[in-house]
Design a protein around this ligand. Sequence first.
Ligand SMILES: N[C@@H](CCC(=O)N[C@@H](CS)C(=O)NCC(=O)O)C(=O)O
Length: 220
Amino acid sequence: MGSDAGMMTIYDFPRGPYPARVRIALAEKNLLSRVRFELVDLRKGEHKQPSFIATKNYSGTLPVLELSDGTLIAECTAITEYLDNLDGAPSLTGRTALEKGLIHMMNKRAEIEFLDAVSVYFHHATPGLGPEVEVYQNVEWGLRQRDKAIRGMHYFDGVLREQPFVAGAAFSMADIAVIGGMIFSELVKLPVPESCGALRAWYGRMQERPSVQHWRRPQG
Ligand SMILES: N[C@@H](CCC(=O)N[C@@H](CS)C(=O)NCC(=O)O)C(=O)O
C-alpha cells in the first residue's frame, strides 16, 4: 500500500492538458513541494514504449503518480482523489455523499463530453503527435469527436449559466477537468463558440486562480 509521507514523482509532459489537471490539483492542495516531475516525451512516443507500459502505466498515458514506496496511480481522476485526501480535508472531490456523487458525475461528464473528445479529435483528425506515434488514425471518428466536443462546450455553458462552478456552488475536480478541455481546445485551435458566454466568463474567472496561473507560467 502507498505511504502518505515522502517525495512523490509525477511522470508527465509539462504542457499536456491531462498533466495540467494534476499540476492544478497539486497547486490547489499546496503539494507542489512534495513532488518532482519526470518528463516522458509524448512527441517521441516514450509513453508507448514497452518498458513504460510494463513498469509505469498499462494504458500508456500521462500523467502517472509514483509514491515513495513505488506504488503507481494513473488516471487524473484517481490521482486527484489520492492527493485531495492526503491531508484528510478533501476540497476538490467532495466531503458529503451528495458532493462526492455530483462532482464525480460532472468530472466524468467533462471527460466524456469534452476533454476526451478533443483528445480523440487531436489524435485522429490532426497530425497529433506525428506519424511515428499516431500509427492508426480514423479521420471520420476524429471529426465526429470534434463535433461532440463543441456540443459539450454548449452543454457546460448551459450548466454555468445556472451555477458558478461545474458541479455546483464550489470549485472542484470537475472544474479542473473542464479547464483541461479548454486547454486542449486552445492547443488544437478549436475555439469556444461566441454564444457560450457563461463558459467563457467562467474560464476568465478560472484564470485568476493561483493554481491555473502557476500552470500558465513556463515550466521545466
Ligand atoms: N484517462 C487518462 C487520459 C490521459 C491522457 O490521454 N493523457 C495524454 C497526455 S496529455 C496522453 O498520454 N496521450 C497519449 C495517448 O493517448 O496516446 C487520464 O485521465 O489520465
